[in-house]
Write a protein that binds this ligand. Structure first.
Ligand SMILES: *Cc1c(COP(=O)(O)O)cnc(C)c1O
Length: 367
């Protein structure tokens, strides 16, 4: 869009989201070379502790440069040697993606799949998962908390309970699109590897992936011994060394640190309530316009992102263009949902009633 005035657009893409001034200011203040290494390990550790509070865990949190995908690849390769068994719960694009990554890493992969408009609290999903865990005996189970392309949020308690009862060594949860916008409570749900990213509800730029790692997972990671740029091992051994394995990305850590401060100052309960309100307002307003929600009745809608069916009489390219011409930027969807589903990301800095209200007004006009 040459010459477009981006400041006047309403941006409701479900990540990366608009970055608050205080996060940008923290990045500027940490860009000077003289500061890059000074007390970096302390700064890194403090930031990890704040992330742990938001993730609901006492486990150590590692921070890795790169966008969130770095910890998705890192967890598969670091926790599983080739040939080891990985069970992937698939309710959408990211859930199925873990199976692809596992296969690429040479793991023995089994997928338990459910429709992309569903969540695992529905029907006999938990029974099917339990049966698969009993028969396949995986070393690790993966589950996606907020399945962003579907606008859904999988409850964690059922799978945490199965992991405990059947003594599965590792449970990995992708909370990239929920952390900061919905309670995650990793320890309560027995999560060993809890993955987050900076550019969704935390409203920092796409610069880091982070992972909370249980002591049991740490032992498995040391046993597998995977080496690579996405390897977790050098990061969980930081306490024994005096520096990071790579040049520290101080600006990125500063962005995450400031984003976590903003959230903790607001208060987690209040931030989660703000997301619930924005989501409720968005879904009710869209329903009043005759837009159809994508998640099925009984599925849990995510408080961070809402997915709707593209109005069939208009079609995706025209719908997107009409909204953009009126100043509203929305997200399309991915994989099999591309062209059929569009999404409004009311996460982090975008979970504001006045922004959602404007978006609803523009959609009414576009219809
Ligand atoms: C955004 C997202 C990721 C990370 O993808 P990026 O390409 O790094 O943005 C991983 N999992 C989920 C569920 C996500 O929404």
């Amino acid at each position: 869009m040459p010459g477009a005035d981006f400041s006047s657009l309403i941006h409701l893409v479900p990540g990366p989201v608009s970055v608050p001034e205080r996060v940008l200011e923290a990045m500027r203040a940490n860009s000077d070379h003289g500061r890059i290494k000074a007390d970096f390990l302390d700064f890194y550790t403090e930031t990890g502790r704040k992330a742990a509070r938001v993730l609901g865990t006492r486990h150590e949190v590692i921070l890795m440069s790169g966008e969130a995908m770095v910890v998705l690849w890192g967890v598969v390769r670091s926790c599983l040697a080739p040939g080891e068994r990985l069970l992937c719960i698939d309710t959408g694009v990211f859930g199925a993606g873990f199976a692809d990554m596992g296969k690429a890493a040479g793991c023995s992969v089994k997928t338990v799949s459910f429709p992309p408009d569903s969540t695992i609290n529905q029907g006999d999903a938990l029974q099917k998962i339990e049966e698969a865990v009993r028969s396949f005996r995986p070393k690790m189970i993966t589950l996606v908390h907020c399945e962003t392309p579907s606008g859904t949020l999988n409850p964690l308690e059922g799978v945490g309970e199965i992991k405990r009862r059947l003594r599965t060594p590792l449970l990995c949860v992708d909370a990239v699109a929920s952390v900061g916008g919905a309670p995650v409570e990793g320890d309560r749900h027995a999560v060993d590897l809890l993955l987050g990213g900076t550019q969704k509800a935390l409203s920092a730029p796409p610069c880091l992936g982070f992972a909370a790692i249980s002591p049991e997972a740490g032992e498995e990671i040391a046993g597998v011994g995977y080496q690579g740029y996405d390897a977790f091992l050098p990061f969980i051994r930081l306490k024994d060394s005096s520096s990071l394995p790579y040049v520290p990305f101080r600006q990125g850590v500063a962005a995450l640190n400031a984003a976590l401060d903003l959230l903790l100052e607001e208060g987690l309960e209040r931030a989660f309530a703000r997301h619930e309100r924005a989501a409720g307002q968005c879904r009710a307003g869209a329903a009043a316009l005759g837009l159809e929600l994508f998640p099925s009745a009984g599925a849990v809608n995510s408080p961070t992102v809402s997915a709707f069916k593209v109005p069939p009489a208009i079609g995706w390219p025209a719908w997107r263009e009409r909204l953009a011409a009126l100043g509203l930027i929305v997200g399309g969807s991915l994989g099999p949902l591309e062209g059929r589903v569009f999404r409004l990301g009311h996460m982090g800095s975008q979970a504001r009633p006045e922004i959602v209200e404007k978006a609803l007004r523009i959609m009414a006009q576009a219809l």
